[in-house]
Design a protein around this ligand. Structure first.
Ligand code: OSB
Ligand code: MG
Length: 368
């Protein structure tokens, strides 16, 4: 397809809740939204880079710079025979995976729309609905944590994940376990611990967590492998897995038994598919993580999570949990913990230009 033109917007949407993690707090979701046009069709990609370099080294500013200077010129005004061709053209650009993923996902949407096929099917997805859980930020007290869990259990979410940090961990998990003895429960430390805290992490073993997500430093596979030997609870890696090569190394070292796949963190659907292939062969279950995405990013997550290897509930909860109104229609909503996979062409949702116009804070038209 010839990529005729595009639009790069910055969009800002207030969150309905404060989302606190071990690395910071978010109250307004700010993101870049990329539209690529070919003939009469548009393909959409959402960049998940955050304002500051705290979850990942990328930011809104670096992503914009890399997109405008290095990535978009390789597709605008050019014949792009396949989404994979974008990966080939940009293979000498290192890192900057969230920036890359926003183009790659927009191309995947565009190509799937052109063939009239749901993106889920073109990626090899087999499920008509996906099982979803919810990621709950750190609350001020154990009692508030339990109340928040109760709300989401009542809404049918099929796994609850609690954000933790050193000192705000065992008390929360103990309180939630006491109130809900048998719900699937996990924790996510966002790399806030070190091996010196191993006793604190082992103190979580009695609570039958499905896994502990990213306890240690984002670059330290070796320490995760050491920790894994002394923990009963399986380790799931998030930040540490930036590519299929990272996934292969982590599995070979015994650093994790579960992987959280985020399309942005790994650079696009293509790399997510390579992780899916190797993890499936190794018998390592996957689940689809989230970055508080708005509708476009959420729809891409739902598409990849429809593949068989995504066998645990993901963080792709209902849009209405996060936002008053979303930039796509129909909004992506779970029912009783199951999210339907859209059956229409591409990501299967349409842009709400009224909402987009209200929420756009900058706009740049892109031409060859
Ligand atoms: O570590 O999974 C994470 C959000 C922003 C950055 C990192 C993470 C998260 C979440 C939220 O856990 C998942 C979601 O609801 O989108
Ligand atoms: Mg995480």
């Amino acid at each position: 397809m010839r990529i005729d033109a595009g639009t790069l917007r910055q969009v800002e949407m207030p969150l309905k809740f404060r989302f606190r993690t071990s690395f910071g707090e978010t109250t307004v979701k700010k993101f870049l939204l990329l539209e690529l046009r070919s003939g009469g069709l548009s393909g959409w990609g959402e960049c998940v880079a955050e304002e500051g370099p705290f979850y990942s080294p990328e930011t809104l500013g670096t992503a914009r710079h890399v997109l405008e200077t290095f990535l978009l010129p390789l597709v605008l005004g050019s014949e792009v025979p396949s989404p994979e061709e974008f990966e080939t053209r940009t293979s000498r650009v290192r890192g900057n995976r969230m920036a890359k993923a926003s183009v790659e996902t927009a191309l995947r949407d565009l190509f799937a729309r052109a063939s009239g096929e749901p993106l889920s099917r073109s990626l090899g997805g087999t499920r008509a609905k996906i099982e979803v859980g919810v990621s709950l930020g750190i609350s001020p007290t154990p009692a508030e944590t339990v109340a928040n869990v109760r709300t989401h259990v009542e809404q049918g979410y099929r796994r609850i994940k609690l954000k933790i940090e050193p000192g705000t961990d065992v008390d929360r998990v103990a309180a939630v376990r006491e109130a809900f003895p048998s719900i699937p429960l996990t924790v996510d430390a966002n790399a806030a611990y070190s091996l010196a805290d191993a006793d604190r992490l082992r103190a979580l073993d009695p609570f039958a967590l499905d896994y502990i997500e990213q306890p240690l430093h984002h670059e330290d596979l070796a320490d995760h492998a050491v920790l894994a030997k002394t923990l009963k609870t399986p380790i799931c890696l998030d930040e540490s897995i930036r590519s299929a090569a990272d996934a292969r190394a982590a599995i070979a070292l015994g650093a994790c038994r579960v992987i959280n796949v985020k399309i942005g963190r790994v650079g696009g659907h293509g790399e997510a598919l390579r992780i899916h292939e190797l993890a499936s062969k190794a018998g390592v279950p996957l689940w689809c993580g989230g970055m508080l995405e708005a509708g476009v990013g959420r729809a891409h997550n739902v598409a990849i999570a429809s593949l068989a290897g995504f066998s645990k509930p993901g963080d792709t909860s209902s849009s209405s949990r996060y936002f008053e109104d979303d930039v796509v229609t129909p909004a992506l909503e779970a029912m009783d913990g199951w999210m339907p996979v859209p059956a229409g062409p591409g990501i299967g949702v349409e842009i709400r230009h009224d909402v987009l116009a209200r929420r756009t804070t900058s706009i740049r038209e892109l031409r060859a």
